[in-house]
Design a protein around this ligand. Structure first.
Ligand SMILES: Cc1ncc(COP(=O)(O)O)c(C=O)c1O
Length: 367
């Protein structure tokens, strides 16, 4: 990323963009031509999918089981669409049967939108089943894969997803500021066939595709690309390809199992049931009488470990321990468990002390 700046239409840079698109297709498991990195963080990818696909008056079924589903509803409203909200309890996956009910009750719905990996709770939803239900009713899908991409399977083609966005800084372990997106041919057709202009010039994919299109000499300037951030994403995806997606998924699963063994040995409980739990986002209930912010502050100050606070309905009740991308490794799991044990001991918490690291280590020795 500290290499010299190339021009955004320099042939060398355009070649790198082509490679980057290919790497993104690999990560998303898609052959979609319309696969690129939007200039901006995951929220921009979210906005990009909604602003391009939702026209005023469109009905969009949005599933909400945490903070980020709520942002999808906001996006639908700001695009002039009308959201039909399917609620699910925080910490639980979206229920595909409830989405089917909403589809049956709203045969004119155009899109189903949901978050694959809800970062606010650590719950995974069954995107495959929900996308199948949407597709069978000729509905498009918008899927948030910000926290899932690179950490657990995201099968854009096999699951028939239409518009999927992610973020560079989660399981891809790159710097923040880019949002990988991919659009199916059906989605591209819907964008090209809109009856009104996309209500964002910057995110209008009809214009952005013209810059990210293939073939030298065919590209048109749209905005000055964040050159160095794109170098970084190219390298992050090269590293992912060298490891291999399946091996990256297996690595995330292994370190989750070790972390789980450690925290459960201490007597702490996870928010999400094992079947739906994200290995890369571990939401753990804060033990009785322990002060949330004080523990997080000590972890950071004394051990250089930052964990997330609970968000929304879970604020003050849980800790969110990320094991994403490069950070999903044995050293971090053992360091965190040892540090948490020490801090909770100091806080007089009634948990089992001195057993967490050993429990995690035994998972590694069995693997
Ligand atoms: C599921 C999900 N969607 C969207 C976002 C927004 O991404 P960003 O913060 O990169 O804008 C996040 C960020 O944590 C997220 O976890």
């Amino acid at each position: 990323m500290s290499r010299p700046t190339l021009g955004h239409l320099d042939p060398e840079f355009l070649r790198m963009m082509d490679e980057l698109k290919e790497h993104l297709r690999y990560a998303f498991r898609t052959s979609n031509e319309a696969t690129l990195a939007v200039s901006g963080p995951g929220s921009v990818g979210m906005e990009c999918c909604f602003v391009n696909l939702v026209e005023p008056g469109d009905k969009v079924i949005v599933a909400r089981n945490g903070v980020f589903g709520g942002r999808m509803i906001e996006n639908v409203e700001r695009c002039g669409g009308s959201p039909i909200v399917v609620e699910a309890e925080w910490g639980r996956p979206v229920d595909p049967a409830r989405v089917e009910e909403a589809l049956d009750a709203n045969p004119d719905a155009k899109i189903v939108a949901l978050v694959h990996a809800e970062t606010s709770t650590g719950a995974r939803s069954d995107v495959e089943a929900i996308a199948a239900a949407a597709r069978s009713r000729d509905c498009l899908t918008i899927v948030d894969a910000v926290t899932s991409l690179g950490g657990i399977p995201v099968e854009v083609d096999a699951w028939g997803l239409d518009a999927v966005y992610s973020g560079s800084q989660k399981c891809l372990s790159c710097t923040p500021g880019l949002s990988p997106v991919t659009f199916s041919d059906r989605a591209v057709e819907a964008i090209r066939g809109r009856s009104s202009k996309v209500r964002s010039w910057f995110l209008d994919m009809n214009l952005v595709f013209a810059y990210w299109g293939s073939g030298e000499g065919k590209r048109a300037y749209h905005h000055t690309a964040p050159i160095h951030a794109l170098y970084g994403l190219h390298e992050a995806l090269t590293i992912l390809r060298e490891e291999g997606l399946e091996r990256a998924w297996a690595r995330h699963a292994l370190h989750h199992r070790a972390l789980r063994a450690g925290v459960e040995a201490m007597g702490l409980r996870f928010v999400v049931d094992e079947e739906w739990r994200l290995p890369q986002l571990n939401a753990v209930r804060i033990p009785e009488g322990v002060e949330d912010a004080a523990v997080r502050a000590r972890l950071l100050a004394d051990h250089g470990i930052e964990i997330g606070a609970g968000l929304g309905a879970l604020a003050g009740k849980v800790w969110r321990v990320g094991l994403m991308g490069h950070s999903s490794r044995r050293r971090n799991v053992l360091l965190f468990l040892g540090a948490l044990d020490e801090i909770l001991r100091g806080a007089g918490a009634s948990v089992e002390h001195g057993v967490a690291v050993e429990a995690a280590t035994s998972v590694y020795s069995r693997s």
